[in-house]
Design a protein around this ligand. Sequence first.
Ligand code: PEP
Length: 252
Amino acid sequence: MRKPVIAGNWKMYKTVSESVETALALKPLVANANHCDVVIAPVFTSLKTVCDRLEGSNIKVAAQDCSTEVKEGAHTGEVAAFMIRDVGASHVIIGHSERRQYYAETDAHVNKKVQAALQSGLIAIMCVGETLEQREAGLAQDIVSGQLIGGLAGLTPVDLDRIIVAYEPVWAIGTGRTATPEQAQEMHAFIRRVFADRHSQAAANALRILYGGSVKPDNIAGLMAQGDIDGALVGGASLQAESFAQIVNYRA
Ligand code: PEP
């Protein structure tokens, strides 16, 4: 049985006090959510305070990125995975399409970040997904399998249970346009097959694959009803505690 994960990506929103306010508002709303792992990803500046304020709760905290560099050093502006672990976070989002699009992240960068995250004891939520042009050109599966294979190159079987894959079609992120449950299911099943071919059927069966792209309280149940959808990575609708809690509590 794969335990679902509902993760909120707060992107570059919220000051420290706003982050704490949202996190504390969320806490009682998801306190009984034992059916899934609940994760929120504030900006770096809020990470430690949010981790401290959520200590002992069932909400886990993620960073939105980490450095390709494993060790500390002269890398201005970077934050190493072990530093993220040090403040109490357990997860890190890697290879989000906004980073690929606006900061020229390649699969090679993503792979180094995944390796750094795992070496530091973090769980990596690695994002993959095609653009609209790629989908319309019939390239969606090629793009996604390339990102998957490139991003996860060189991992050992032991590493695999600390990997979560998020399928986020770029055309559905922040656009209000969601993939249909069937479109998402088709790609999730494909990702699981690629993973089985690269690694093992057992590892593929255990892999949690999240869907991301305009997930809202009113479409989460349809997505979660699909056999290969194991949760969601939520952007806009995670910024308010109430709407994120409704997504977390989709079964209620
Ligand atoms: C995201 O940022 O990962 C995301 C899926 O955003 P949204 O839910 O706003 O489309």
